[in-house]
Design a protein around this ligand. Structure first.
Ligand SMILES: [Zn+2]
Length: 166
């Protein structure tokens, strides 16, 4: 049994967020499986923000300016340049992903501030900024997704609409 896509939804929200297979493969390849691992970070992109089912089509990996077992930093200018390049190819940035060395990840105070910053700067283009953290537990449990609308950071639920291939 292999999960090919995962769907997340905010309680009561009409729209859903679907993580495509190639995106999940990228995220899985960065799971922190041992104590010598470091956190990774990147951005999430979609071609269509108007659909009720927003498909995360690409997950990029940013070169960290600094990375440790339980902390990572990236260059916001480099991230902005990447967004401009992707936008030229019709891809909109939905938000950020990074890894945590814990089974069921939770955002640190620093993570929450980062999500809020990005949510506020994306206001008008996005309903909410997607903030995904990949823990060490296998997916879907290990992939936790929050949406920050600029005021509140809300945990999205992994729905039962996951497509399972034999
Ligand atoms: Zn974090």
């Amino acid at each position: 049994m292999k999960t090919s896509t995962l769907v997340y939804q905010l309680p009561g929200a009409r729209w859903r967020l679907l993580f495509g297979e190639n995106v999940l493969r990228t995220l899985r390849s960065h799971v922190q499986r041992n104590s010598s691992s470091r956190e990774s970070v990147g951005q999430l992109y979609s071609r269509d923000l108007t659909s009720d089912c927003i498909v995360v089509e690409q997950a990029t990996v940013l070169t960290p300016t600094w990375a440790a077992w339980a902390r990572v930093q990236f260059d916001p200018k480099r991230a902005a340049t990447e967004r401009e390049e992707k936008f030229k190819n019709g891809l909109h940035c939905l938000g950020l992903w990074h890894t945590h060395p814990e089974p069921l990840p939770n955002p640190s105070p620093e993570d929450k501030a980062l999500a809020r910053d990005h949510a506020l700067s994306a206001k008008g283009q996005l309903t909410g900024l997607v903030f995904a953290i990949i823990g060490t537990r296998s997916m879907p449990a290990g992939l936790r997704v929050w949406i920050d609308d600029g005021e509140v950071l809300r945990l999205a639920e992994s729905t039962s609409q996951n497509v399972v291939l034999p």
